[in-house]
Ligand binder design. Structure first.
Ligand SMILES: [Zn+2]
Length: 460
């Protein structure tokens, strides 16, 4: 049965009317018999999509959660540009690397951004130049081949890494990420987070306890400043290890989950990241994961990246399921494994689908044929996430909803279900889920439907 069929009988006349209004906007702005915005070049159509009423409407739609979002690739790109106005930020154009040095830097190739900006034809031109280093460009994605694209993509994390390591900057970045999500009506943000890198003045390492306290502080301050009521906006961290560094690193990052939980309620569980087609399979790290599960009193909840590959023999989705992964990060290749689809359905495992990421990193060239669309038709559950929106030119997750809304021909029932899945498959407590599902969501959803039927209907 189709993944959202259970909602069919519950839809109100108002919801059906709203569905028709959004579809009319879609047909007017983004798709007709001769034109479809999502099958043309993403970069060329970006402004058109971003400025559409469909985008404006879906930005306001309540979204249960973003399940899959990497912290250093999540802020709006202008958050990074803003940091380059600080005196302590240097950039090496040849290496394409930022460096933060509060006491000055005498290292070959590194020039202070504020100085370079002064020597540029205009500050705007310099900022645009930096933006083009940070985000994926049309030229970098042009090959539409994952290995070629990843060579550029992986470097973006290195390029920005020093900016997010500095605790003062990290606070700004984290606040911007959370605020963008909150403004897009997201209730739960689950951040893939690489812990243990944060540094204070003069590159003083910051311990895990203090690091988690900083995150808690930023989150609490944002809730206070925005007047967010208790239980209406949640942050969770999925501590992530880098597969390329190897097993000792994976073992120590697994221990961060166990140790971190003694300091903070923010930690949801564990994941491992990096380009799946060229790094060790999950099976290679299975002994470390199993050891972590033995040590952890909560049995190390895992949220594994898996199936983000074209390789037929990649077994990571099988191993993710066998290791008890709560959700499947991307799960792109699940369509190749009919038996496993059955298991995923029976165990009620949710796919964290990241459509724009899959498009730009070369996993599909046409979102209408994205495998998750078929899996939804078979009754497998998914949620929508943005993975690395900084590098794709946006923040939050609205762009992914717009792209899938058009490409997958979603109805209001599907949008509602994707949003509710955000809550259902999140790692907040059962009590918090109940509050979100029964109190927060209905109120916001009804207001959203009403707004479509009034504000957006009149303009048609
Ligand atoms: Zn990811």
């Amino acid at each position: 049965m189709h993944f959202s069929y259970d909602l069919e009988a519950t839809l109100t006349d108002e919801e059906r009317a709203a569905e028709s209004i959004i579809a009319q906007w879609r047909d007017r702005e983004l798709k007709d018999d001769l034109y479809n915005a999502v099958i043309h070049d993403y970069f060329a159509n970006f402004d058109k999509i971003k400025n559409s009423k469909v985008y404006e409407i879906l930005e306001k739609m309540p979204k249960g959660a973003i399940h899959h979002l990497h912290s250093s690739a999540a802020p709006n790109i202008d958050s990074y540009i803003g940091l380059t106005y600080k005196d302590c930020v240097y950039f090496n154009e040849r290496e394409r690397l930022f460096k933060v040095a509060t006491n000055g830097l005498e290292e070959e190739g590194y020039v202070r951004c504020v100085d370079m900006r002064r020597f540029s034809s205009s500050p705007e031109a310099y900022d645009q130049r930096l933006r083009d280093f940070i985000r994926m460009t049309p030229a970098e994605c042009a090959s539409k081949e994952e290995h070629a694209i990843w060579a550029h993509f992986q470097h973006k994390f290195t390029l920005t890494s020093d900016l997010v390591k500095y605790d003062k900057f990290f606070r700004i970045i984290l606040r911007d990420i959370l605020l963008a999500c909150y403004k897009q009506n997201v209730f739960i943000v689950e951040l893939r987070y690489i812990a243990g890198l944060l540094m204070g003045e003069e590159r003083r390492p910051i311990g895990l306890k203090e690091e988690l306290e900083i995150i808690e502080e930023v989150y609490t301050e944002l809730k206070r400043e925005q007047g967010i009521k208790e239980g209406e906006f949640h942050l969770k961290l999925i501590i992530s290890g880098l597969k390329i560094i190897g097993r000792p690193h994976i073992q120590s990052t697994i221990l961060q989950v166990i140790e971190g939980r003694t300091y903070s309620n923010l930690i949801a569980g564990y994941d491992m990241v990096n380009h799946e087609s060229v790094t060790q399979p999950l099976l290679y790290f299975a002994p470390d994961v199993l050891e972590g599960k033995r040590k952890d009193k909560e049995c190390l909840p895992c949220f594994f990246h898996c199936g983000e590959t074209h390789e037929r023999h990649n077994q990571n989705i099988y191993d993710a399921v066998l290791l008890g992964s709560k959700r499947l990060g991307h799960g792109f290749q699940l369509f190749l494994h009919p038996h496993l689809q059955q298991v995923v359905k029976e165990r009620d495992i949710c796919i964290e689908s990241c459509p724009v990421s899959n498009l730009l990193l070369g996993y599909t060239t046409d979102l209408r044929n994205h495998p998750v669309r078929y899996l939804l038709a078979k009754g497998i559950q998914a949620s929508i996430s943005s993975d690395d929106p900084t590098f794709f030119g946006y923040d939050g997750v609205t762009m992914d909803y717009v792209m899938t809304y058009v490409a997958w021909e979603l109805g209001i029932r599907d949008l509602k279900k994707l949003s509710l899945n955000g809550i259902a498959y999140s790692s907040v407590s059962e009590e918090e889920k109940k509050r979100l599902r029964e109190e927060v969501f209905p109120k916001r959803w009804n207001a959203f439907i009403q707004e479509i039927n009034t504000t957006y209907a009149q303009a048609l």
